[in-house]
Design a protein around this ligand. Structure first.
Ligand SMILES: Cc1cc2nc3c(=O)[nH]c(=O)nc-3n(C[C@H](O)[C@H](O)[C@H](O)COP(=O)(O)OP(=O)(O)OC[C@H]3O[C@@H](n4cnc5c(N)ncnc54)[C@H](O)[C@@H]3O)c2cc1C
Length: 363
């Protein structure tokens, strides 16, 4: 039976980024149920960095990740992962209340018309967040996996955990293939399946709930939209961003309860997205080029969960990354690694308290 110091369940951005931080000092295996890492939420995101997103505590993780994403260390990647775009939080009435540390400025109607040509008259003003950027998610995920492998980490795809037992000698994991593997520490980075994995290991679930979000790629009868700011509304009912010269990525900002699964878009959600989009700009819609859906998984308080389980030593949570798992991944992985290795926090997260993210907050 192969033996490791740490086995990480899940090869999405959460498992890959944490793996990249610990593989140099711990013999680490990532097991991924699918044929490829990143098949689920990580491969389906809207791919933006928005510091104000997710509330004040999440904003600290996003902010701490920003420099790394913008200008990564040379041994991690040759070029940065961010492409600046800016975000307009448009409103019909009151401006949104964003975390205070986030840089913003008010944009009145006349400027708004110039920034988003064709915006409908009911959108009176906006809060502009200049720091919003696109993230090259595939490149970032690949870079974490590359570092993990470079430091002797092993990735095993088509390896689904079905059960695990813990004895004084550590965990014994049963894989769907019939194989068994052993580790001292088991990391639950299973995204939408985080609670299922906990149950399969005899650990009490925390209430990590997957919620489906729909994305639509629309072709519109207007060109020159590729680099316009991301546009969302202060009430959270849509967002869209230019993708090509005449295409946008659009979401109805849906959050539909779901079991963990290979999520697919529902027609009604695509229709809702289009209906809301037509209420924002007068750009003629030519066709839906494609649509997809993914699961965003939230703990009951909507903060991510990093740290050892309060009742089962050796079971480490790395879950509940909601809609911010990509943009927070560099700092979150550093913080999670320091908790797992029982080391002082990396300077990147020296200013970020881990307390709000510990599993012990649930008792
Ligand atoms: C539509 C959409 C838009 C989003 N937009 C953004 C955005 O703009 N910016 C941002 O930062 N975030 C965004 N997110 C959120 C982000 O994608 C997630 O927070 C992040 O991908 C979660 O990563 P993960 O590794 O936890 O999950 P996943 O990528 O889902 O990885 C978990 C992995 O665990 C594996 N697994 C599960 N059970 C087992 C098992 N028993 N054995 C082995 N493997 C198992 C799964 O196969 C899966 O590959 C978005 C998400 C969605 C769905």
């Amino acid at each position: 039976m192969s033996e490791f110091d740490v086995i990480i369940v899940g090869g999405g951005i959460a498992g890959a980024s944490l793996g990249a931080e610990i593989a140099a000092t711990r013999r680490t295996l990532i097991i991924e149920a699918e044929d490829q890492c990143g098949y689920h939420s990580t491969g389906r995101s809207a791919a933006f960095f928005l510091e104000s997103y997710g509330g004040a505590d999440v904003a600290k993780l996003s902010k701490a990740s920003r420099d790394f994403l913008k200008c990564p260390p040379q041994d991690f990647a040759d070029v940065g992962f961010l492409h600046m775009r800016g975000d307009l939080h448009v409103t019909e009435d009151d401006l949104p209340d964003l975390p205070r540390q986030v840089e913003t400025r008010v944009v009145e109607r006349s400027e708004l018309e110039k920034m988003v040509p064709g915006i409908r008259p009911k959108w009176r003003r906006a809060l502009f967040e200049p720091g919003c950027a696109d993230i090259d998610v595939a490149a970032l995920h690949a870079a974490f996996l590359r570092r993990f492998r470079r430091d002797s980490g092993i990735i095993s795809t088509r390896s689904r955990l079905v059960a695990a037992r813990r004895s004084t000698a550590g965990w014994v994991l049963d894989l769907a293939s019939g194989e068994q593997v052993k580790a001292s520490v088991l990391v639950d980075a299973a995204g939408a399946w985080a609670d299922n994995v906990a149950r399969d290991c005899g650990v009490a679930p925390l209430g990590i709930a997957p919620k489906r979000r729909t994305m639509v790629q629309l072709r519109v009868g207007r060109s020159g939209i590729k680099d316009l700011p991301l546009v969302d509304d202060s009430k959270g009912s849509f967002y869209f961003k230019g993708e090509g010269d005449r295409t946008v990525w659009l979401s109805p900002h849906d959050e539909i309860e779901s079991d963990p699964c290979d999520a697919a878009p529902e027609e009604i959600d695509v229709a809702t997205a289009i209906d809301r989009f037509e209420g924002v700009v007068d750009w003629p819609i030519e066709r839906v080029e494609r649509s997809w859906a993914g699961l965003r998984s939230f703990a009951p308080d909507r903060l991510p969960v990093y740290g050892f389980d309060a009742h089962e030593p050796g079971f480490f949570w790395c879950a509940g990354q909601g809609g911010f798992g990509i943009q927070t991944s560099p700092a979150a992985a550093k913080m999670a690694a320091s908790l797992l290795l029982d080391e002082a926090p990396d300077p990147m997260v020296a200013e970020v308290s881990a307390a709000p993210f510990l599993p012990s907050r649930f008792g």
